[in-house]
Design a protein around this ligand. Structure first.
Ligand code: GLY
Ligand code: MN
Ligand code: MN
Length: 462
């Protein structure tokens, strides 16, 4: 937990941004995996955590802006519950630490909201992403489930995005803890990778690193010899010499801030010439993007700059042809890089994604594109000091996509399909780091860590 001042300041900014009405922030509940009491690890809702600060299930936070009241609805554990859990800090003590003065039993919440509804108070809420919250909101506010999306408060979304987008120094400290644990996970992946070892065995050991550091993973580990499939999850498949291992993983620290790094390394500890050529192109695109990010630049332009670097590199290898800028304008590079260059990072690995990508990553004057490639770019807007984001270019040789494009003769002016045939089993390469936007440019987060092919080869051969 941060200090009570941190949370009270966040809430007072939120109150003045919203102006009038009632702000309703339900916390998450425990969720059963295969029966009610066998639960997934608890994860608090990030906006609840940001404003109310308390990381336990069964709470709902209400800010009654009209009457300047903050009420936490929730119950203390009973003696019978503590019999199972052991002693836990009281809700009253936790509320003091986050500056919340009024706690009311959960049983009073429905009645409280019903009277707010009947007095026609404006109730500001976010779109729920869990079924239980969907049902609760629908019941409390007497809104059919199907109508909830159109009744969410865009004003509340904007106000939350405004605050959560700019990371304070105490938040950056937390993200950096998560990034450093993520580096430990990456080192473990490199240490364990060898012919005959399964992807699942390594992925499990990476999760152990995150848990041992006091948190958990920030998203399911992607550790795969099939890096061409962007979010391919580990399989019970033994690694083989000659393959590349793409490891995209993140730790979430005890305060629930996330790291998100990708490295790609060869199973037999030495890149082949072809692997190194592709790696170097990806790295050049990464470096060009890292050099470009600063306040005032649109991340969409940084994405396009990286795409152009990728295309230029692929042209130099003869896998693409023509002019790099024209190829990117036509979208031909998306065969190799069909996704976005990066996203915001914070309490969520894709920070605030549930608040809506248009609101988080774009603006009224910059709409998210629906074009293949750009439609997967989660962040396009002008960067501001205090943003934390990822830069994660890659080159992916996806044989399924290639076959479909080739059959359709797509972009054949720019793509050398004949030469591409030799890359059918190549896989994919991605490099990903986490950056803070500073007044003059950016700062990479976390301790120094191998990035180039040479640095990676050196590290895995130590
Ligand atoms: N693993 C998801 C991402 O890097 O965005
Ligand atoms: Mn990642
Ligand atoms: Mn990422």
């Amino acid at each position: 937990m941060f200090s009570a001042e941190t949370y009270t300041k966040r809430r007072s900014i939120l109150q003045s941004d919203i102006g009038r009405g009632l702000i309703l922030l339900p916390g998450n509940d425990d969720s059963g995996m295969n029966y009610k009491d066998n639960i997934y690890p608890f994860r608090q809702d990030s906006s609840f955590l940001y404003f109310a600060g308390i990381d336990r299930p069964g709470l709902t936070f209400v800010i009654d802006v009209d009457n300047n009241r903050e009420i936490l609805f929730g119950d203390e554990l009973t003696v019978e519950e503590i019999m199972w859990t052991g002693p836990v800090e009281s809700l009253a003590a936790q509320a003091v630490k986050t500056g919340i003065k009024e706690i009311r039993p959960l049983s009073q919440l429905a009645g409280f909201l019903a009277s707010s509804v009947s007095s026609k108070q404006d109730i500001h809420f976010l779109l729920p992403y869990r079924a239980d919250d969907t049902v609760k909101l629908s019941t409390w506010l007497d809104i059919p489930v199907a109508l909830l999306p159109q009744r969410v408060s865009v004003k509340l979304i904007h106000a939350i995005v405004r605050q959560r987008s700019i990371k304070t120094s105490e938040e950056i400290e937390q993200i950096e803890i998560a990034v450093n644990t993520t580096i430990d996970m990456q080192l473990k992946a490199m240490e364990l990778s060898a012919a005959g070892v399964t992807e699942t065995e390594i992925a499990g050991r990476l999760q152990a690193v995150a848990i041992a550091a006091g948190g958990n993973i920030s998203f399911p580990v992607i550790l795969t010899s099939n890096g061409q499939f962007l979010h391919n999850h580990p399989h019970y498949a033994p690694l083989q010499n000659g393959q590349l291992v793409l490891c995209d993983c993140g730790a979430e620290n005890a305060m629930r801030y996330a790291g998100d790094l990708t490295r790609t390394h060869p199973v037999n500890k030495k890149f082949t010439t072809a692997q190194r050529e592709i790696y170097d192109i990806v790295y050049q695109a990464y470096q060009a993007a890292a050099d470009a990010v600063k306040p005032g630049i649109h991340f969409k332009d940084v994405h396009l700059l990286a795409c152009e670097q990728l295309a230029a590199g692929l042209i130099s290898l003869g896998l693409m042809r023509g002019n790099a800028r024209e190829a990117v304008e036509a979208g031909a590079h998306t065969l190799f890089f069909p996704c976005g260059l990066g996203h915001m990072l914070g309490l969520d690995i894709h920070d605030m994604e549930n608040l809506g990508e248009q609101y988080v990553g774009y603006t009224d004057s910059l709409k998210k594109s629906t074009d293949f490639g750009l439609k997967s770019l989660r962040l396009g807007r002008e960067l501001e000091e205090g943003f934390v984001l990822t830069i994660e270019p890659g080159i992916y040789f996806n044989p399924l996509l290639t076959a479909a494009w080739q059959a359709a003769g797509k972009h054949s002016a720019f793509i050398n399909y004949e030469k591409l045939a030799a890359y059918e089993n190549f896989g994919g390469v991605r490099v990903e780091d986490n950056f803070l936007i500073t007044a003059s440019g950016s700062r990479i987060l976390g301790r120094p860590f191998a990035k180039t092919a040479t640095e990676i080869e050196h590290l895995i051969n130590l």
